[in-house]
Ligand binder design. Structure first.
Ligand SMILES: [Zn+2]
Length: 81
């Protein structure tokens, strides 16, 4: 069994943490927008596979601070992709 590394989703498009290439979403749960996604690097040599999770704590922090509504909106737009 291979243990997969978990990374937090950011406001940037997801890229491979190893080589920086674009990634393919292998598995996601559309009914649960905040649930972890499994990504695989599209680079044919690298093919690094990892889990990406929504940073829920940061999400709430933005709400409490109230000054970064724009960041919130961007995250929600990403989830609808
Ligand atoms: Zn890669």
């Amino acid at each position: 069994m291979t243990e997969m590394l978990t990374f937090l989703r950011t406001s940037q498009p997801t890229t491979c943490p190893v080589c920086g290439a674009r990634t393919l979403i292998l598995k996601e749960s559309p009914e649960e927008p905040g649930s972890p996604q499994i990504h695989q690097c599209l680079d044919t040599v690298c093919q690094f596979t990892f889990v990406e999770e929504e940073d829920l704590e940061a999400f709430e922090g933005v709400n409490h601070d109230g000054y970064s509504q724009t960041g919130n909106t961007q995250k929600l737009r990403q989830l609808r992709h």
